[in-house]
Design a protein around this ligand. Structure first.
Ligand code: S3P
Length: 186
């Protein structure tokens, strides 16, 4: 099965996803990047022109397509992908889903200066992150098979944590989950 990462904006889905793919020797696809390529413009520009609804419709189409591969792919989803039941179902049934969980305060620290994310271009982004988190955290949990706390660890450590959880659960063959520098286990 492919791997999919879900979680709030700024939680590291794309960065961790890209490195996970590299470690596994799999391909990496970022659903937002696929959407922007199809649109020929940034997501923020679409939101400004026509609002959120057309974006969500396109997002559903792209998630449906990207999740239809047997394996060998890591998919990073947009922070709002879990809002639609169809997306939660497609992700949960066709992928191993990892929720990268961060608190609104951590996310705020990382996203304070962000100008790309349309939903955060407001006077009080921390309050907005708290509202989004309250609605979405239960949805990410419903969609996910595994939860990884992003907290303090570096990206390589997070990647190792994800791989270890998957190996322990038998969701990935051990040779794939092992770091190239790890000695072979007896
Ligand atoms: C969104 C998050 C964004 C992007 C869009 C909507 C959201 O993705 O899909 O701006 O609803 O939280 P990231 O999670 O990569 O920022």
């Amino acid at each position: 099965m492919p791997l999919a990462l879900v979680g709030m904006p700024g939680g590291g889905k794309s960065t961790v996803g890209r490195q996970l793919a590299r470690r596994l020797g799999w391909s990496f696809l970022d659903a937002d990047a696929v959407i922007e390529e199809r649109l020929g413009e940034p997501i923020r520009a679409l939101f400004e022109r026509v609002g959120e609804a057309p974006f969500r419709a396109l997002e559903e189409e792209v998630i449906d397509e990207l999740t239809r591969v047997p394996q060998g792919r890591v998919i990073a989803t947009g922070g709002g992908a879990c809002l639609r039941e169809a997306n939660r179902r497609a992700l949960h049934e066709r992928c191993i889903v990892i929720y990268l969980r961060s608190t609104p305060e951590e996310l705020f620290r990382r996203l304070r200066h962000d100008t790309h994310r349309p939903l955060l271009q407001v006077k009080d982004p921390l309050a907005r992150l708290r509202e989004l988190y309250a609605v979405r955290d239960p949805l990410y949990r419903e969609c996910a098979h595994f939860i990884v706390e992003t907290g303090r660890p570096s990206v390589p450590t997070l990647v190792n944590m994800v791989l270890m959880q998957l190996e322990l659960a038998g969701a990935l063959p051990a040779h794939l989950a092992r770091s190239p520098v790890d000695p072979p286990r007896q």
